[in-house]
Design a protein around this ligand. Structure first.
Ligand SMILES: *Cc1c(COP(=O)(O)O)cnc(C)c1O
Length: 460
């Protein structure tokens, strides 16, 4: 087995997610063999800084001895037994811990294995909640509100509440109806004024629709503080709080999808803490196991949970469950991950590093194709434009953004683009020095690609 065979078999047998396989098969794939701290190594021994935290999941670095040991200790006891009708030790301890660290009265934990499933569960629970408490009075509470450009996962229910046209257009006939509300995308909404004005506009629009339709709405789902997949759209301060207040006022459930922002990413353990918001339901995933195993959870408050209590023949039971729900290996890793976050004071460390990073990021504005630099904690989006005045993006054919990503890879940095936005999602434990290297590499890649395409003169 050599790297040549692996490349051949990868192209022959593996269908990669979110990937145009025609293009993929014409390019040289990156085949990762091992990881160490903030770095990944490919089969040829090349080293890369993991500026994408392996799709936003890695917390303490790769090949972390304490996480490795947690996995080994658990696998020597048992790898998996079902949570349907029986319990297991790590899933109990983790649920108790999650109840303690999540905001407010969130205390009932329903496990699954992907963020999308956590979202599906939140929607089904929210829907059934109203039917459980009064099926006649709430017979019309069947719809969900979500933001424009929202992303909540790829299963059909999660796609239904999503707002990214690119991902949804083709599946439209399969989806249930959602009620869209404007997202405060300040950079592209300057016609409304500054970020405060954009926020007020979005809040007013939301209130108008709730005034008209709240009786048909079961809940509102939102990515708190930052819309990740849409290109790191950072919301103005106060937006989330205002959304929470409207949900309370109009009697609809608030679902916070913390799959991307949870576990320290934005500088607090959970993003909604920053606005003192307590959702009725919270979805978590991605960073929960420190990037080791697939695990997700949907966490509810007592009131919602209690509405599902009744005699078996009342059919208030939540008829939902996945085969690997509450998997011991994943839960044991999540427990260790949270223990390390606390013991290493990681959240405070992230706050400090974010501040330093924000100064460094300003240097990117020296490059004319950088339109907007957005950051919340260790979540960064660089929106690339042809022209700063018109904010016109490059076309896919012009191939600017993907060339920048490719150039960065050749210089030892893994990052990815989301449409016209270069995104950096470093491993949360990265050192200040490594974060500097990440930004410097991105700077150089944007510069190189700009020169190569005649967008700026060559530096001498
Ligand atoms: C990634 C993500 C999801 C989906 O999680 P998967 O584990 O990929 O299914 C849902 N919501 C948000 C906000 C995400 O970033």
């Amino acid at each position: 087995m050599n790297s040549h065979d692996l490349e051949k078999w990868d192209k022959e047998y593996v269908w990669h997610p979110f990937t145009q396989m025609k293009t993929y098969r014409e390019s040289k794939p990156l085949i990762i063999e091992r990881g160490e701290g903030s770095y990944l190594f490919d089969v040829e021994g090349n080293r890369y800084l993991d500026g994408y935290a392996s799709l936003w999941v890695n917390v303490h670095g790769h090949n972390e001895p304490e996480l490795n040991n947690a996995l080994i200790e658990q696998v020597e006891k048992v790898a998996h037994s079902t949570l349907l009708g029986s319990a297991n030790v790590p899933s109990i301890l983790l649920a108790k811990k999650l109840a303690e660290i999540t905001p407010g009265h969130l205390s009932k934990v329903f496990y699954s294995d992907t963020g999308s499933a956590a979202v599906e569960i939140s929607l089904k629970v929210a829907y059934q909640y109203w039917k459980n408490i009064d099926p006649v009075k709430y017979q019309h509470k069947n719809k969900f509100v979500s933001l424009n450009e929202a992303y909540h996962g790829d299963t059909v229910g999660a796609v239904s509440v999503g707002g990214m046209d690119l991902f949804h257009r083709i599946f439209k006939p399969l989806l249930f109806e959602r009620i869209p509300t404007p997202s405060p995308y300040t950079y592209r909404m300057t016609e409304y004024g500054d970020q405060e004005a954009v926020k007020n506009y979005c809040i007013d629009e939301l209130e108008k629709l709730l005034q008209d339709q709240a009786e048909e709405i079961a809940g509102l789902i939102i990515e708190p503080l930052v819309q990740g997949a849409a290109g790191i759209i950072t919301h103005p301060p106060g937006f989330l709080k205002a959304v929470e207040q409207l949900c309370k006022k109009y009697n609809i459930l608030l679902i916070c999808d913390e799959v991307a922002v949870g576990f320290g990413r934005t500088g607090t353990l959970f993003a909604c803490e920053q606005e003192d918001v307590v959702p009725d339901i919270m979805c978590i995933g991605k960073g929960i196991t420190g990037g080791y195993m697939p695990l997700a959870a949907t966490i509810m408050n007592e009131q919602i949970f209690n509405s599902f209590l009744g005699e078996p023949d009342e059919h208030k039971t939540f008829y939902h469950g996945h085969t690997y729900t509450g998997n011991q290996l994943a839960c044991a890793l999540a427990l260790k991950n949270i223990e390390l976050i606390e013991r290493r004071d990681l959240v405070k460390d992230i706050q400090k590093k974010s501040k330093q990073l924000s100064e460094k990021l300003q240097s990117l504005y020296e490059l004319p194709i950088v339109g907007d630099v957005r950051q919340r904690g260790l979540m960064i989006g660089i929106e690339i434009v042809k022209d700063r005045q018109t904010k016109e993006p490059f076309t896919i054919q012009e191939n600017i953004v993907s060339s920048i990503i490719q150039n960065a890879r050749e210089n030892g940095l893994i990052i990815r683009e989301l449409g016209p936005v270069i995104t950096m999602m470093p491993i949360l434990s990265m050192s200040e020095k490594e974060l500097d290297i990440m930004v410097e590499t991105v700077y150089r890649s944007i510069q190189d690609v700009s020169v190569h395409n005649g967008l700026i003169p060559a530096a001498n």
